[in-house]
Every structure is written in C-alpha cells, then in structure tokens.
Design a protein. Structure first.
Length: 295
C-alpha cells in the first residue's frame, strides 16, 4: 500500500529552485531517512506532504486512511503555562495513572511531570511532543530532526519508541548513527530530484561509493547490512558521549552562524567569513558522523 505518492514535485523561492522533480512513493511500513545537504529542501518537502506549503508543480497524494503526526523543527505547545502531566492528560484524554505511566516511558518521572512546558529544555520538549504524537492513532510519523536537542539517554528512548512504532515513518536527520538505527530506506534530495536506496545509511554509503567508483553496476548491490551496533554503544558510551557532545556544540555553532547570515544578509564580508567557518565546521561534522558509525 502507498501512504504518500509524490510526483514531479517542484518548488522554488524566487529564482532559487529548491525542489526539482521530486518523485517517490512512501509505502506503508517504510522507515525513511530523508537526507540532503543543509538547505536542500527537506523541511520544505515535509511541509508539502503535510499540506502546509503548496508545491509550484507536481502532485502529492496522501492515502485516505493515512493519519499524520508531525514533529516540527521548532516545537510548540498550545499552552506553554500548562504542566507536562496536564498537557498529556488533556491531549490524550486519559486519567492521571495512565498519563504518568506513558510519560515515564518518555523519561518523565516523579516531580518532572509537574514542570511547566515553558520551563522544559529542548530535549524535554521533544520527548513530550513525541509522547503526545505517538499516543494518537497516527500511522504516519513525520519527524524533522528529532534528535537535535536530545542527550544520549533520550536518543536511546527515541530509538526504542520508533522501533516499536508499527506505522510508517518519514524523518529528517543529520545523525548517521540514528539514521542507521531507524531507517530501512534512505531518500536523498539532490539537485536533480530524489534518489531512493532500499537499506540503511551504511547501505546508502556503499551505493554511493560504488556509484562513484563506477566499477560496479548499482543493480549488483542487493543485501542490506545492519550492524549489531546497540551492544557496542553501551561499551563505548564514554566515547559516544564525547563525540555527541562535540557534534552538538558544532551544530549549535553552525546554527548561530547561519542566524547571523539570516539576520544581516547584506553584510557581505561577514556572510563570506561565516560561510567559510560553516564549511570548516561541516567538514568536522562529517568526520564525527563517521566516528559515530564506527563506534
Ligand atoms: N519561506 C521561504 N522563503 C524563501 N526561502 C526559503 C523559505 N523557506 C525556506 N527557504 C529556503 O529554501 C531552502 C530550503 O529550505 P529547507 O528549510 O526546506 O531546507 P532543509 O533541507 O530543511 O535545510 P536544513 O538541513 O538546514 O534544515 C533554504 O535555502 C531556505 O533558506
Ligand atoms: Mg530543515
């Protein structure tokens, strides 16, 4: 069954074409990691699927039985003064006991459930939002960079929650380790559209390497490889935490440099300097992501 059919989607902002002829189907049960460089249009594509943005051309058809839930890159709640427990109870229409049990699965225990939503950290907001989204009758979860603010325990919790989710998942992430844990399919956005790979991130890398060397025909690549990484993670927790910390710091730096550029796009010298810094930081990120996969 097809949950979402995308056909020749195009989207431009001004003269700048973001999405060019994006076509692929999302099948029921797919766990798709949507990847692509910064600004390649990943968030835009998610919003087209969610009907929050209109495409310039092409078709996005959503199956009639599909119920989507969306984790935005910027997480908001209707009432920021409400506490965690009441937010959950009101949204899911359940009693306190059930709410506390469910919240505990998302690592809110004891007094933490009485924290006001506005006082939650980025990671806590993500956890609460996921708790709400996953209790509804959603069968298509759409997540935009869900691990961005998460510490290592929250990331493990999220991995478990997503791996036990029976529906379809479409998620954007730059965290290759996380992508490997969740996805059974990778869709890469590039200048000429969307390329689909039927495997996890390792499989995608293999395909790209083979394509680049052009020694092997892509058709020869068949078997999906999934490494037993979960066990390794525990034994290398320290190294992982260090690497994740550095990744987080770099991502924060990149975000703040990007913000400077957005705030003052006319200050050409500053923009050029910041772009260079971002490029260097992204090169380091690449290395760190490789390390994450290796650990
Ligand atoms: N409303 C808008 N008006 C003009 N340009 C926009 C608008 N929304 C997004 N863009 C630009 O379109 C491009 C694609 O944006 P989008 O947010 O979809 O990329 P992305 O792949 O999600 O990036 P990231 O990895 O940084 O989240 C970016 O260059 C962005 O600046
Ligand atoms: Mg985005």
């Amino acid at each position: 069954m097809i949950d979402v059919g995308l056909k020749n989607i195009k989207k431009a902002y001004g003269a700048f074409e973001i999405l060019t002829d994006v076509s692929f189907d999302i099948k029921t049960g797919d766990k798709i990691g949507l990847i692509g460089r910064n600004g390649s249009g990943k968030t835009t594509l998610l919003k087209i699927i969610l009907d929050q943005i209109e495409a310039d051309a092409g078709e996005a058809v959503i199956g009639s039985s599909v119920k989507t839930a969306y984790l935005d890159q910027n997480i908001q709640f209707d009432d920021m003064e409400n506490n965690v427990l009441n937010t959950y109870k009101e949204f899911c229409k359940v009693y306190e006991g059930e709410a506390r049990n469910a919240l505990a699965n998302f690592l809110f225990t004891r007094d933490e459930v009485f924290k006001k939503v506005k006082e939650l950290s980025g990671g806590e907001k993500t956890r609460l939002k996921l708790a709400l989204l996953m209790q509804t009758d959603t069968n298509l979860l759409i997540l935009d960079e869900p691990t961005n603010h998460l510490d290592i325990d929250s990331k493990e919790m999220l991995e478990e929650a997503l791996n036990s989710f029976k529906g379809t998942i479409l998620f954007v992430s730059h965290d290759r380790y996380f992508i490997n844990q969740i996805s059974n399919r990778i869709v890469e956005l590039s200048e000429d559209g969307a390329n689909s790979y039927e495997g996890d991130y390792d499989y995608y890398k293999e395909c790209v390497a083979k394509k680049q060397s052009s020694t092997f025909a892509t058709a020869q690549i068949k078997e999906k490889k999934v490494k037993p990484v979960v066990k390794k993670r525990a034994s290398n927790k320290f190294k992982l935490e260090q690497t994740e910390k550095e990744i987080e710091e770099i991502e924060e730096k990149i975000n703040s440099l990007n913000k400077n550029i957005e705030d003052s796009p006319d200050e050409y010298e500053m923009v050029a300097e910041n772009y260079q810094k971002i490029k260097n930081l992204e090169a380091r990120l690449e290395e760190l992501y490789e390390i994450m996969v290796e650990i």
